[in-house]
Design a protein around this ligand. Structure first.
Ligand SMILES: NC(=O)c1ccc[n+]([C@@H]2O[C@H](COP(=O)([O-])OP(=O)(O)OC[C@H]3O[C@@H](n4cnc5c(N)ncnc54)[C@H](OP(=O)(O)O)[C@@H]3O)[C@@H](O)[C@H]2O)c1
Length: 334
């Protein structure tokens, strides 16, 4: 089968190779998926750039890709709940990437039936952004009537998160640039702020939750727009101490992180706020929740561009430009 591999750390175009590789064997709890499509996420190019190498060093060639949709073509003897021919989607476990390929064997516990009313392409873009959104808003205990700021409403996360927050009955502020205002409003956002023309800090006040998809100053400034007791959930800012413990980071590294986080901790205290860094976890129950929201049409997947496996480098480079409108997808089947 054909599979994409990372061959080293550095520039995307110099460190990616499409190779022939043997089809994976299936473990007793695993299903073998014939992959139709794979969603591309910023983590894919960030791993090539080496941002995780201090946490987990890759041995090369290393498989790449976490989001997948496809068909079950084989199953291990202990697998229940899936049959050959089932149409599925998944965010594969962090220690078992490799969805930019024609087949992958994955633990059946992280697999869910794909929403029946959408294509494989659309389904493959959902797991990572959907799980991040559900798990992030669960940490913030989102509820009806909450005022929520979601940065980058036109991105992979933003375009899902707006629709999810609306399904929970929240009032949604979001930011994007001029060209995206119209379609982002159509996702249901109550107030869309054009970051090219307006400063959201003059508009957004006293929100319950900020979903910070942008990091750096956006993380610090989240504390200016939340109400007292509000919640800041970051996808990209400094790691909080609870998350650092959950990651198993040792006390010296946690000490270094606390120094880096001093300003955030001060702002958090001043606002009696919750501050958490979210690390997305594969979770089939959460995927089932997403399936039902999509089948009720509360959430519609937004696809920007679809690339072939042979054009994976272009897909990664395009996403890295930082202006995708919804999701970027790699399709294995032509
Ligand atoms: N911690 C986790 O578990 C986790 C999980 C998922 C994602 N993440 C991280 O979350 C971040 C967002 O992910 P994503 O998939 O949504 O990325 P993405 O799809 O690449 O985001 C692109 C979008 O960002 C918008 N954008 C760029 N600069 C902006 C600004 N200053 N203000 C408002 N919008 C802006 C762009 O809109 P314009 O073209 O209009 O500028 C574009 O639509 C990434 O850094 C990713 O690594 C973390």
């Amino acid at each position: 089968m054909k599979q994409l591999f990372i061959t080293g750390y550095g520039k995307i175009e110099d460190n990616i190779l499409l190779q022939d590789h043997s089809k994976p064997n299936v473990g007793v709890n695993e299903v073998l998926i014939e992959i139709n499509s794979a969603g591309v996420n910023p983590i894919d190019y960030k791993i090539i750039q080496g941002i995780l190498k201090r946490i987990k060093k890759l041995s090369f060639p290393a498989p790449i890709g976490f989001d997948v949709s496809g068909i079950v073509v084989e199953k291990g003897e202990d697998v229940t709940g899936f049959e050959i021919g089932d149409e599925i989607y998944s965010r594969v476990p962090t220690d078992n990437p490799g969805t930019f390929a024609e087949y992958i064997a994955i633990d059946s516990n992280v697999v869910a039936k794909k929403p029946a009313n959408i294509s494989f392409e659309k389904a493959s873009g959902i797991p990572l952004v959907g799980l991040t959104t559900i798990q992030g808003f669960a940490l913030a205990t989102i509820k009806k009537g909450d005022k929520v700021l979601i940065h980058a409403g036109s991105g992979g996360i933003g375009s899902f998160a707006i629709q999810y927050a609306k399904s929970k009955g929240a009032f949604v502020y979001t930011t994007t640039s001029t060209k995206n205002i119209h379609w982002v409003k159509e996702l249901g956002a109550d107030l869309v702020i054009d970051y090219k023309k307006e400063n959201y800090l003059n508009i957004v006040k006293d929100v319950d939750i900020v979903l910070d998809t942008l990091g750096s100053n956006y993380t610090k400034d989240a504390f200016r727009v939340i109400k007292n007791g509000g919640k800041v959930i970051t996808l990209i800012g400094d790691i909080d101490n609870e998350t650092a413990k959950e990651l198993g980071l040792n006390s010296f590294i946690r000490f270094l992180l606390s120094i880096k986080r001093m300003k955030i901790d001060k702002l958090k205290k001043r606002k009696s706020a919750l501050y958490r860094f979210i690390i997305v976890e594969p979770n089939a129950f959460h995927l089932d929740e997403i399936t039902s929201l999509i089948e009720k049409e509360d959430i519609k997947p937004i696809i920007d561009r679809v690339f072939s496996l042979e054009k994976s480098i272009d897909a990664l480079l395009y996403l890295k430009e930082g202006h995708a409108k919804g999701k970027v997808i790699i399709r294995m089947k032509s």
